[in-house]
Design a protein. Structure first.
Ligand code: TEU
Length: 548
């Protein structure tokens, strides 16, 4: 019997292939490296791998700029390697979802190479073109990777739209030919046997016909949840997704609970779930994501409460602290000091993965990997970080030390350092494409696999517990003490059973308010030994989970 909703029970592990395991010594991870590490993933309790892009790409944005959707980038291996990975996963009862990047292609994609040649090229309508205004771009929108969102194309004398880098021109989803090409390509992968897709910025694919100036140059109000996005996704579902037993998750910056129910309501006929970014975006401010602020706990709790209760019975949450675009969870939401790093990594694991939804683990978070602490620009590889540095520092808006502090806090490369397999690194025999950073060598898989108290073993236990408790999948959610500055406490209820999750997000010990004390019993999981625990208080970064 196959459960059509298998994705509700699945544990998903995101692999950023560049940084996972290198087998050929070129300093860049590859598909053979993933095959090599399947025992590790199975041991952790992973059911599904989400593979960040491995397609042919000039790598302006580490593969999120695709030049051939049906080819494997030689950096990562061959199509034979891919097929071997897929069948190795399937023979272990595991699955694989691909990253579907179809808001844009690479500028080196043959479609764009054609389209840019002339106004009457058959591929012109695959992209979005507008006339300039008095020698200036068609409107004032700012790209998410800095600069204008328009690039002038001399052979045609007009501009094309790119929300991301100029090497990532946006596809024109209004064009039915574009949609058919994409659907064909999706069928090609699905017929190969892949088990679904993570859909890159899928909430951005529909642009309004009018592309008006914005008071702040912000394209979000016009391009996020654009006019036809749901039409396109329903068509995709009807023509492709519904024909296969797969899972889909849409990456949706700017998502609200109400919109999420349209994208991924149980009956919406679009996707299975979305990634929303409210909890990761709480520190955004004056300089966008660039900041060194800590996330205020009451606000964080409110966001989770809103999503847990808002989607209950109607849609399904994706549970994640981080991904390849976010800083490391333990640095952002926990405390990466040597004293509290492991404790807070375990606490974060408990706090998130006893909620309702599908757990996503970003590679290395199961080891409690912190940000690398890069202290100079030369360490960074990411186009977003490098462009932002130029924007803010060259213009004098921020001084260099401040921008470096912000990068070390929120830059995307924080999550892209190599997996630490062994005390000496173990990622590559060559020179890694990006440095490991300082002070993190103690955090490695080899040592953690041997140590029953490690972050890895704690993750494994939490994932097992989730699966053994139907309540975690089905139960309701109630947040206790929403205003409390350091405690995150919630209750799940299902068929007369109650689960109480107690987490301390601070480095102080905190008295438990009356309504947060378990009536009786021992916790099913905790991050301090029983002998160290206090009766009516939580120790620094302590977590305990009770079944009452
Ligand atoms: O990310 C989309 C996205 O919202 C990010 O650009 C986000 O704004 C930024 O990373 C926050 O710092 C997806 C991919 O996950 C990302 O890696 C790609 O660069 C981007 O799309 C373009 O494909």
């Amino acid at each position: 019997m196959t459960d059509k909703n298998w994705w509700k029970n699945a544990v998903v592990y995101q692999i950023y292939p560049r940084s996972f395991q290198d087998m050929d010594g070129d300093g860049i991870g590859d598909l053979r490296g993933i095959i090599e590490r399947l025992d590790y993933l199975e041991k952790l309790g992973v059911d599904v791998i989400w593979l960040s892009p491995v397609y042919a790409s000039p790598m302006v944005d580490n593969g999120y700029d695709i030049s051939d959707y049906r080819a494997i980038n030689p950096l990562f291996g061959t199509m034979e390697d891919f097929d071997e990975l897929l069948s190795a996963l399937h023979s272990r009862g595991m699955r694989l979802i691909m990253d579907l990047v179809v808001n844009h292609t690479s500028s080196e994609h043959p479609w764009f190479q054609e389209a840019r040649k002339s106004r009457d090229n058959p591929y012109r309508g695959y992209y979005i073109w507008r006339e300039g205004k008095d020698g200036e771009p068609p409107n004032n929108w700012i790209s998410w990777f800095s600069g204008s969102t328009w690039e002038y194309n001399p052979p045609t004398g007009d501009y094309y739209l790119h929300i991301f880098a100029k090497e990532q021109p946006d596809l024109n989803w209004r064009n039915p030919k574009v949609r058919e090409e994409i659907f064909d390509m999706m069928r090609w992968w699905l017929d190969k046997g892949v088990d679904g897709f993570r859909m890159d910025v899928i909430s951005l694919i529909s642009k309004p016909e009018e592309l008006p100036d914005d008071p702040r140059g912000d394209l979000s109000p016009y391009c996020i949840n654009g006019p036809h996005v749901h039409e396109y996704l329903r068509e995709m579902n009807e023509k492709v997704l519904s024909k296969y037993d797969i899972m889909t998750v849409g990456e949706c910056p700017g998502m609200t609970v109400e919109q999420a129910k349209i994208y991924a309501g149980f009956d919406s006929g679009e996707l299975n779930m979305v990634f929303q970014f409210e909890h990761t975006g709480l520190t955004d401010g004056e300089f966008g994501k660039w900041t060194d602020k800590k996330t205020p706990l009451p606000a964080l709790k409110r966001v989770f409460e809103k999503w847990q209760t808002g989607l209950f019975g109607e849609s399904w949450n994706s549970l994640f602290w981080g991904n390849h675009d976010q800083p490391r969870a333990v640095t952002k939401f926990g405390d990466h000091s040597p004293e509290y790093s492991d404790l807070s990594a375990k606490m974060l694991c408990c706090c998130l993965y006893f909620m309702q939804g599908t757990p996503y683990i970003y590679q290395g978070d199961e080891l409690g990997t912190p940000n690398p602490g890069f202290d100079e620009l030369a360490h960074y590889r990411d186009i977003e970080s490098i462009n932002a540095y130029r924007d803010f520092v060259d213009s004098g808006i921020l001084d260099e030390p401040t921008m470096l502090r912000y990068l070390a806090r929120t830059g995307r490369d924080n999550a892209r350092t190599p997996m630490q397999w062994a005390p000496n690194g173990g990622f590559t025999t060559g020179k890694p494409w990006i440095s490991y950073g300082g002070s993190t060598r103690a955090v490695n898989a080899e040592m953690q696999l041997q140590d029953p108290d490690s972050v890895f073993c704690f993750y494994k236990k939490v994932l097992e517990l989730r699966k053994s408790l139907p309540l975690v999948r089905e139960g309701s959610f109630e947040l206790l003490r929403p205003e409390h500055e350091s405690l995150f406490v919630y209750i799940r209820r299902f068929e007369g059973q109650t689960l109480l999750v107690l987490c301390n997000f601070s480095a102080e010990w905190v008295t438990l308010p009356d309504n947060c004390r378990p009536a009786s019993g021992t916790p099913v999981i905790a991050n301090y030994p029983e002998t160290a625990r206090l009766e009516g208080a939580l120790l620094p970064y302590e977590c305990r989970v009770y079944i009452v």
